[in-house]
Design a protein around this ligand. Structure first.
Ligand code: F6R
Length: 610
């Protein structure tokens, strides 16, 4: 499972009240979560926790948090990636003695086994949250006489996954924070040490900051702040840098637009998506699909393009050919045939798009099984689904869908390989390898995001002066051409058409000339790739502005002259739809920026079309 959250903690050296600072920090972390808000604090030697369902503003008012006063406190905002928003799942979580409070962000992969063991041993766990187990594991160690640091180091040996967490300890009156991978920053001012998931959230509160690297821990009490490498139990020196954040960007984690921030979060969103699904639900999803008489995939816009990619996945990996259609068309042409035995995979990141919700509802009334894929577990789609799979992208505040598209693709891929495994078409080890490849890709992608962005920006500066253009591909990346064109229309207000390369010479070629652009996504199917290069050369010869996106190891890319080439990491062909999406999203963003469009809120569009 995965907990997406924002952590914000503060301790004062001068006994000043840090609660207002925590509340400011939490309001700035809304992009990390807004389903629950909570705070732990130590006042008069006792640790207390207050938490509630709701975004920081609501909860602050409801629980009168502004009236609190404490020199040490730890806050959290949570986005529900699984289970509906509920106060029991809200952080901070406490141990049985209520002397340790924990807040976290990420996934503890072996959480379920630890949870079962703790329950057997008599611990009282109240939530289904990954991070509650940490409080109880530390409690056990402290009871055996270990120091807080030794306890955390011991507990770390038993945890798997990628996560960051912070602890407020009543006994040591300290904040301790650790990260295995997730972003975590420590800030300081003359009388404060702060811990935050976002560097920008420290703006105006800290003068200097330092980022924790994976495996590092910080202990801050009212006298000192010390850093350690946890596994080695070795103290490390870290040098602080001056904190500078553009004030306007504070609530966008330092980015000028939510869209850009959300794109840069994609590697983490993919990792989250890998961890978010419970085994039993993936198994149900696979069973429904395998046993279905007919499989329909319905969605709109960007989600429909993800559905089209899924038809390639299911057809190739599981020999199942779903009907993929716009949710608006589905009731008109297919509903008559829908009945018991049909599975309708309804995709909607918002879970609120009316066409999707209504079509799914009607299909359910006719006896179909509805499998909803959504980012919002409390949405209407999740509510009416017989089985819903969260895509675990985390809050997406920009109207253009970016990280949610990628995690929808990742979820559909997971489901497809799961079906293939359960049908015996791939072995358990091939299944495991396929999942590892997604993880490796996400980890490496973190390093190449800035370069992809820069290359896309270069292409955008040439394309920006064109009237309109095509985004062309074939095979499994053809739906990505459709998606790239949609993103360019939506974000840059430029006309763009997504096209299947085989159709290019059947008419569309007539428009290609100077002032027109063509973006080619080199197909990952060898024969289709070979057939694409003559089209690329023809476009160049006709004077069009051409950009090409292909694998970094494709030698044919080196031969291209007078084109912007964007090389993406070489990946398994099933991951190519994701790998090609990222530069296209950057391209749309950079075009929108160049043409001064209102990127996060394109005209006439809303996050959910109802
Ligand atoms: C594109 C976009 C829209 C949505 C469409 C469906 O960036 O945001 O095309 O994809 O309105 O939305 P959901 O997935 O919420 O049903």
């Amino acid at each position: 499972m995965y907990e997406l959250g924002g952590i914000f903690g503060a301790i004062s050296y001068s006994s000043r009240n840090v609660v207002p600072i925590i509340l400011t920090g939490l309001k700035r972390l809304k992009h990390r979560g807004f389903d629950t808000t909570g705070i732990a604090f130590i006042d008069g030697g006792r640790l207390s926790v207050l938490k509630e369902v709701g975004e920081p503003g609501e909860v602050i008012e409801k629980l009168k948090l502004e009236e609190l006063s404490a020199p040490i406190a730890l806050g959290h905002v949570r986005f529900s990636t699984h289970g509906r928003p509920h106060v029991d799942n809200a952080h901070p979580h406490v141990d049985c003695s209520k002397r340790i409070a924990v807040v976290g962000d990420g996934a503890i992969a072996n959480y379920e086994a630890i949870y079962d063991r703790l329950i057997m041993e008599g611990h009282e766990l109240k939530s289904r949250s990954d991070f509650e187990v940490i409080a109880h594991l530390i409690e056990d160690c402290l009871r055996k006489g270990l120091s807080t640091l030794e306890s955390i180091a011991f507990v770390e040996q038993s945890l798997e996954g990628f996560y960051s967490y912070a602890i407020l300890s009543e006994e040591s009156r300290s904040i301790i924070a650790y990260t295995s991978l997730q972003p975590l920053y420590v800030g300081k001012s003359w009388d404060l040490t702060l811990v935050s998931t976002s560097k920008s959230a420290l703006h105006g509160l800290a003068d200097e900051y330092v980022e924790l690297s994976g495996g590092e821990l910080v202990i801050a009490n009212s006298f000192t702040t010390k850093f350690y490498k946890l596994r080695e139990l070795m103290s490390v020196e870290k040098s602080f840098s001056k904190l500078y954040v553009v004030e306007e960007y504070v609530e966008k984690d330092g980015y000028p637009h939510h869209m850009l921030r959300e794109m840069y979060e994609i590697p983490y969103s993919i990792l989250r998506c890998l961890a978010v699904h419970q085994e039993k639900y993936l198994s149900y999803a696979s069973k429904h699909i395998r046993e279905a008489k007919d499989v329909y995939i319905i969605a709109n816009g960007t989600s429909l393009h993800a559905g089209l990619v899924a038809s390639y996945y299911l057809s190739e990996l599981a020999n199942i050919s779903p009907i993929v259609t716009s949710a608006a068309e589905f009731p008109l042409y297919y509903m008559e045939n829908v009945g018991p035995g049909a599975v309708v995979i309804a995709i909607s990141q918002s879970g609120e798009t009316s066409d999707v919700v209504q079509a799914a509802y009607e299909a359910k009334l006719r006896g179909a099984t509805i499998m909803g894929l959504t980012n919002y577990v409390g949405s209407r789609l999740a509510n009416i689904s017989n089985l819903y799979l969260p895509i675990g992208a985390g809050p997406e505040l920009a109207v253009p869908a970016t990280k949610t598209f990628v995690t929808t693709l990742a979820t559909l891929y997971k489901v497809s390989i799961r079906v293939a495994k359960d049908m015996g078409r791939i072995t358990a080890s091939e299944y495991g390898e396929a999942l590892s490849k997604v993880k490796d890709y996400a980890l490496k992608l973190r390093e190449s995001m800035a370069e992809l962005d820069a290359e896309a920006a270069e292409a955008a500066s040439e394309i920006a002066s064109c009237r309109s253009g095509y985004v062309v591909s074939r095979g499994i990346t053809y739906p990505i051409a459709l998606e790239g064109a949609l993103k360019i229309k939506e974000v840059a207000y430029m006309h763009a058409e997504g096209m299947e390369a085989g159709e290019f010479r059947h008419g569309p070629i007539s428009l290609v000339e100077r002032g027109f652009f063509t973006v080619f996504l080199v197909p990952v199917e060898a024969h289709a790739a070979k057939a694409s290069y003559p089209l690329i050369r023809t476009s160049i010869d006709m004077g069009a502005t051409v950009a090409v996106i292909g694998f970094e190891n494709d030698p044919s890319l080196l031969e291209l002259k007078n084109v912007n080439v964007i090389r993406v990491m070489h990946v398994d062909r099933y991951l190519a739809p994701i790998a090609y999406t990222i530069p296209l999203q950057f391209l749309a963003y950079r075009l929108g920026l160049k043409l001064q469009r209102p990127i996060d809120k394109p005209r006439y569009l809303t996050k959910a079309v109802s």
